[in-house]
Write a protein that binds this ligand. Structure first.
Ligand code: CP
Ligand code: NVA
Length: 304
C-alpha cells in the first residue's frame, strides 16, 4: 500500500520521529559529501496552484541530490487550471511519475488526488495545513534544544495552516502548545477537537499574546494574510493589532527562547525587525531544514 503525507493529524509520534531521524541522517550525509542517490531514476511531479520559493526550490534540489528528477507543473499553465478533474490528473501522473507534491487551496483537493493516485502524494501547503514546514520546524527545534518533549511551543497570530500543523505536530511530539489568536481567527475546529481529545495533551488557546508567550521555549508566528486572502489584508491588519512578536513579548519567554517563522516574513507586522534579526540564524536554519525534512519524507515514501 502506498503512503502519503497529507496532514500531520494522520501521523503517529513514531512516524514523525522516523522522518526526523531520517532527516538527521540525510543532512549528515549531505554535509559530509556522502553519496545519497536513494531515488535514482525516480520523478516527482510538483503541482503549484499558489506561489512558492522555499517549497519549490527545496523539493527540486532535494530530488536532484537524491539522484532523481523533479518537474514543475503550474496550475495555470497545465490542464489543471483549465478544469481537468483532479481524479484524472492523479491517474495520469501515476502512469509517469513516482510521487506527487501539491500546493493548493482546498485540503479536499489533496485528499482527492491521493485517493486516485497510485503513487505517494505529499502536501506542500493547503489552506488547512503545512505539514512539510512543521516537520522542518520540529527538526530545527530538536537540533537547537536536543529534545522536543516538555518544551513550550507558542504560536502568535492567525489560526491558519501553520497554526493547525504546529498544534497537531507539537502535541503529538509531547510539547506544550499555547496559541494566541484574535477572536474570529481561531485554528480549525478539527484541530481544536484533536487538541482536546487526549488528557495528556497540554494545549491552551487564548486571546492575549502575553499569556501564550509566558515561559515559552519557542515562539512561532506567521503572516496575517495568507495566500488567497490578499483582499482581507487591511481588515486583518486591524484585527491583528497587538499580535506582533516584538522585544516586549520576547521578554516574557523562557531564557534562550527560539523564534521560528516559516517565511516569507513581514517585518513590523507579525514580527519586529529586531526580533527577526536577533533570531535570523534559527529562522534560516528552519528554512534550510525544509530540504532535509522533505528529502526524508521522499525517501520514506518513494524508495520502495
Ligand atoms: N515557507 C514556505 O512554504 O515558503 P514558500 O511559500 O516560499 O514555499
Ligand atoms: N500561512 C502562509 C504560509 C506561507 C508559507 C500562507 O498560507 O500563505
Amino acid at each position: 500500500m502506498k503512503k502519503d503525507l497529507l496532514k500531520l493529524l494522520d501521523l503517529s509520534k513514531e512516524d514523525m520521529e522516523a522522518i526526523l531521524n531520517k532527516a538527521d541522517q540525510l543532512k549528515y550525509e549531505q554535509k559530509h559529501g556522502i553519496p545519497q542517490k536513494y531515488l535514482e531514476g525516480k520523478t516527482l511531479a510538483m503541482i503549484f496552484e499558489k506561489n512558492s520559493t522555499r517549497t519549490r526550490v527545496s523539493f527540486e534540489t532535494g530530488m536532484y541530490q537524491l539522484g532523481g528528477h523533479a518537474l514543475f507543473l503550474s496550475g495555470k499553465e497545465s490542464q489543471i487550471g483549465r478544469g481537468e478533474p483532479v481524479e484524472d490528473t492523479a491517474r495520469v501522473l501515476s502512469r509517469y511519475c513516482d510521487g506527487i507534491m501539491i500546493r493548493t487551496f482546498a485540503q479536499s483537493e489533496v485528499e482527492e488526488l491521493a485517493k486516485y493516485a497510485s503513487i505517494p502524494v505529499i502536501n506542500g501547503l493547503t489552506d488547512f495545513c503545512h505539514p512539510c514546514q512543521v516537520l522542518a520546524d520540529l527538526l530545527t527545534i530538536r537540533e537547537h534544544k536536543a529534545v522536543l518533549e516538555g518544551l513550550k511551543l507558542c504560536y502568535i497570530g492567525d489560526g491558519n495552516n501553520m497554526a493547525n500543523s504546529l498544534i497537531a505536530g507539537g502535541l503529538k511530539m509531547g510539547m506544550e502548545v499555547a496559541a494566541a489568536c484574535p477572536e474570529g481567527y481561531d485554528p480549525d475546529p478539527q484541530v481544536l477537537a484533536f487538541a482536546q481529545s487526549d488528557p495528556a495533551f497540554h494545549f491552551s488557546l487564548c486571546r492575549a499574546p502575553q499569556d501564550a508567550a509566558a515561559g515559552a521555549d519557542v515562539v512561532f508566528t506567521d503572516v496575517w494574510a495568507s495566500m488567497g486572502q490578499e483582499e482581507e489584508k487591511a481588515k486583518r491588519a486591524k484585527a491583528f493589532q497587538g499580535y506582533c512578536v516584538d522585544a516586549s513579548l520576547m521578554a516574557l519567554t523562557h531564557p534562550g527562547c527560539m523564534v521560528q517563522h516559516c517565511l516569507p516574513a513581514h517585518r513590523g507586522e507579525e514580527i519586529s525587525a529586531q526580533v527577526f534579526e536577533d533570531h535570523a540564524h534559527e529562522i534560516f536554519d528552519e528554512a534550510e531544514n525544509r530540504l532535509h525534512a522533505q528529502k526524508a519524507v521522499m525517501c520514506l515514501l518513494m524508495s520502495q
